[in-house]
Design a binder for this molecule. Sequence first.
Ligand SMILES: [Zn+2]
Length: 58
Amino acid sequence: MKIFQCGNCGQTIEVPQGVPKPPSCPRCGASSAMIHRIDKGPPGGRRGGGPPWQRSPQ
Ligand SMILES: [Zn+2]
């Protein structure tokens, strides 16, 4: 399952694996440019800096 969220109205859209990102928001009709995938962790991904065991403790 993949999860997308509409950046316009906040609607979350779940689609099965293998199904492409919806072309528009089913709730407000915003274009796919406003729809972002949200099930892959925080935006920006990894920040680098090596594995956790090499980081200095806080
Ligand atoms: Zn929407």
